[in-house]
Design a protein around this ligand. Structure first.
Ligand code: FAD
Length: 446
């Protein structure tokens, strides 16, 4: 079969290379190290973990724990090397990063069908098929070429992420569903009158909230993350610093909204937008933030109705090159603008070590199906691997990278009565169903 070119030997590229080679394909893996490194890298090996050495929670009642177990069952190289080099970390899977990277490097270097080449790729290669897996710090020349391919509005160099909350942790006695002017909010296509949930502030609450945002502790930017925000997605604390009323005239403007409990327009509102079809999760519209995680919990729980909110994802802002996947990728993670070019890992808008490895595995398996001339059969949406694909394909008003969360996995059917289960029991039931479904899928997809 044709040789498959993969650019980037990080978590996604290494995993994709292994999966394709194991399925009989000759693979050329091009990694720029050791000639050049991204500003976050220090080592020379493949699959370098640039920051924490943790692959996060191990328990199956945790979405990333489930994703890891699915990867294990799917024969992931990254998970095998992580298990082999694990260090004690309580309920998490953490690894000895040097040994982990060395194991991945050894396995790929020794593979009879993999050739590793060391050079920087400065434009989308002409070879087909090619997988780009160059990660959040893709070098400038290649990123510029990718930007030419997809258009500047579909390639981001930063992500500014707002937190996501679980719907059943909101205080529904205080908040209410309504879109501004009874329409679908910012864009009518986003939904009907109940696409948004509103948290009402009186004047004293608003002023205290803005003060807390300004005074909160922020995560310091690294050298290569010098803030260059788009005006359209400024962190909320930056807006708060511009003036006490900036938020009240921006994302917190109350126009077009009436609190059904007072029949009045509130002084200000924070709006939450539905995150998934089933309405199990909501994001805080316009509240991308660089506050430290503990500060986010403290400050955002000052929002009326969010006093007990459970955070499914925290907000953050950092340097991150990624493509607007739901608009730019076809099935099988193929760039619509460049047929035969596939994206894997963080560059497609997944977030995290495990998710990037999973993106590489998915890209590899789907490309192998395609090379065999089969119609693509992705893993079912009831699984965490399928959920990751749901994230890459679900159209959203402002696509942002995401870790895997339960909101990506298809909810349990109502008729089971299982949605009424307590959250822990529900997640356990979803994990059990996912493992059953992934086993069945793997059995029919060699
Ligand atoms: P990478 O692992 O970055 O791999 C991309 C590879 O492509 C690199 O080896 C790079 O050298 C190579 N490359 C880049 N451009 C070119 C080119 N033009 N030609 C040839 N090769 C090229 N996630 C977590 O889960 N936990 C964390 O603690 C964490 N910390 C992070 C800290 C920082 C500073 C950053 C930037 C990200 C962090 N992430 C973290 C997010 C993410 O999970 C990792 O970046 C992850 O490594 C992404 O996997 P990837 O395979 O997509 O990209």
């Amino acid at each position: 079969p044709t040789e498959i070119l993969i650019v980037g030997g990080g978590l996604a590229g290494s995993e994709a290379a292994f999966q394709l080679a194991e399925r009989g394909h000759a693979v050329r893996l091009v990694e720029m190290k050791p000639h050049k490194r991204t500003p976050a890298q220090t080592g020379d090996g493949l699959a370098e973990l640039v920051c924490s050495n943790s692959l996060r929670g191990a328990a199956l009642g945790n979405a990333v724990g489930l994703l890891k177990e699915e990867l294990r069952r799917a024969g992931s190289l990254i998970l095998r090397c992580a298990d082999l080099t694990a260090v004690p970390a309580g309920g998490a899977l953490a690894v000895d990063r040097e040994r982990f990277s060395a194991e991945v490097t050894r396995a790929l270097s020794a593979h009879p069908r993999i050739t590793i080449e060391s050079r920087e790729v400065t434009a989308i290669p002409a070879e087909r098929p090619v997988i780009l897996a160059t990660g959040p710090l893709t070098t400038d020349a290649l990123a510029a070429d990718l930007e030419r391919a997809v258009g500047a509005e579909h390639l981001a160099y930063y992500d500014a992420i707002a937190p996501i909350l679980s719907a059943d942790s909101l205080d529904w006695d205080k908040v209410w569903k309504q879109s501004r002017y009874g329409k679908g909010g910012e864009a009518e296509s986003e939904g009907g009158d109940d696409a948004y949930v509103n948290c009402p502030f009186d004047e004293a609450q608003y002023r205290a909230f803005v003060r807390a945002l300004v005074e909160s502790e922020k995560v310091p930017a690294r050298d290569f993350e010098e803030p260059r925000y788009f005006e359209g997605c400024l962190p909320c604390e930056v807006m708060a610093e511009r003036g006490e009323m900036t938020l009240a005239f921006g994302p917190m403007k109350p126009v077009g909204l009436v609190d059904p409990r007072t029949d009045k327009r509130p002084y200000a509102v924070v709006q939450l937008r539905q995150e998934d079809e089933a309405g199990t999760a909501y994001n805080l519209v316009g509240f991308q933030t660089r506050m430290k995680y503990g500060e986010q919990l403290r400050v955002f729980r000052m929002i009326p109705g969010l006093e007990e909110a459970e955070f499914l994802r925290m907000g953050s802002v950092h340097r991150n090159t990624f493509v607007n996947a739901p608009e730019q990728l076809g099935p099988g993670m193929e760039l619509l603008a460049r047929p035969g070019v596939f994206l894997a890992g963080q560059i497609s808008g997944v977030e995290g070590y495990v998710e990037s490895a999973a993106g590489g595995l998915l890209c590899g398996l789907l490309l192998a199906q395609r090379q065999r001339g089969e119609t693509l059969r992705p893993p079912p949406p009831t699984t965490a691997l399928g959920g990751l694909l749901t994230h890459l394909t679900r159209k959203q008003p402002r696509y942002q990278p995401s870790n895997i969360t339960w909101a990506h996995v298809a909810p349990l059917p109502l008729e089971d009565g299982q949605r009424k289960l307590r959250k822990r029991a529900r997640y356990d039931a979803m994990a059990e169903r996912a493992l059953r479904d992934i086993d069945a899928w793997l059995a029919t997809h060699p």
